[in-house]
Every structure is written in structure tokens, then in C-alpha cells.
Write a protein that binds this ligand. Structure first.
Ligand code: HEC
Length: 115
């Protein structure tokens, strides 16, 4: 029982490392996303561009984004080490990506529903 509690705590602490350590701030995330140049490949709204795939809405989890940016490169996407982009900043970027509006359902667009 004691062991299980320890394991649960360790898992919780790991999850907290990116996602829960601090309140995530979408406005800050937007600033960081632009300042760090993510927009140049992924589009100003994370919609994707010629170079980089779509990131929003429904982004990867913060931990997955952190893992990706730390291990990216050297060819298609530059690598961002923790000194350049902290886990906290990744959390803010995630909050902003997640706050992007979802596209309309095609069934609600009259032009796409003509007989
Ligand atoms: C020079 C262009 C470029 C820049 C700048 C860039 N990316 Fe990327 N990114 C890419 C490309 C290209 C891929 C696809 C790479 C692949 O699949 O190997 C990618 C993939 C990703 C993915 C994985 C998406 C998925 O669903 O698989 C994430 C997350 C991501 N980028 C986040 C970021 C963030 C956050 C920043 C800024 C800190 C950033 N990128 C800056 C080009 C870029």
C-alpha cells in the first residue's frame, strides 16, 4: 500500500513538471509563440503553413510538445533546448493553442450542403 502511494506521488510529480506547475496563460503563450518564431512555420494561429503542420486547435499535450521541441531537428524543425524555451513557456504555448476556436462543422455551412 505504502509503495503504491509513493508510485502515485511520483507519477503525479512527473505530470506536474510541465502541465501543472503554474497557471497556464494563453495570452503569454501567444507572445512566446510569436517571439520564438514558431509562427513562421506553423502559422500565426497555429493553423499550419507550407513548412510546419497544424498545431491548433486540439494540440498535443504539454509534455508531448516539450518532448517534441527538445528532440526536434536538425533538418525539418529547429530544436529548442530548455534554456531557450522552458517547460513553463511550453505550458503557456499549449494553453494558447488549446484556446484557438474549432472550425465549424461542415454540416452547418450551407454552401457545402446544397443538393
Ligand atoms: C523552421 C520551421 C519551424 C519552426 C520555427 C518551428 N517548427 Fe514545429 N515543426 C516544424 C516541422 C517541419 C514539423 C514536422 C516535423 C516532423 O514531422 O518531423 C514540426 C512539428 C512540430 C510539432 C509536432 C506536431 C505533430 O502533431 O506531430 C510540434 C508540437 C511543434 N512543431 C511545435 C513547435 C513550437 C512550439 C515551435 C516554437 C517554439 C516550433 N514548432 C517551431 C517546423 C518548425
Amino acid at each position: 500500500m505504502f509503495k503504491t502511494v509513493i508510485h502515485a506521488c511520483a507519477a503525479g510529480a512527473l505530470l506536474l513538471s510541465v502541465s501543472g506547475a503554474q497557471a497556464q496563460d494563453a495570452a503569454k503563450g501567444r507572445e512566446i509563440y510569436v517571439a520564438k518564431g514558431c509562427y513562421s512555420c506553423h502559422g500565426y494561429n497555429g493553423q499550419g503553413g507550407v513548412t510546419g503542420p497544424k498545431l491548433a486547435p486540439d494540440p498535443l499535450a504539454p509534455d508531448a510538445i516539450a518532448a517534441f521541441v527538445r528532440n526536434a531537428g536538425p533538418t525539418r524543425m529547429p530544436q529548442y533546448v530548455e534554456k531557450e524555451l522552458s517547460n513553463e513557456e511550453v505550458g503557456h504555448i499549449h494553453a494558447w493553442l488549446a484556446s484557438q476556436p474549432k472550425p465549424k462543422n461542415w454540416k452547418d455551412i450551407p454552401l457545402l450542403n446544397q443538393e
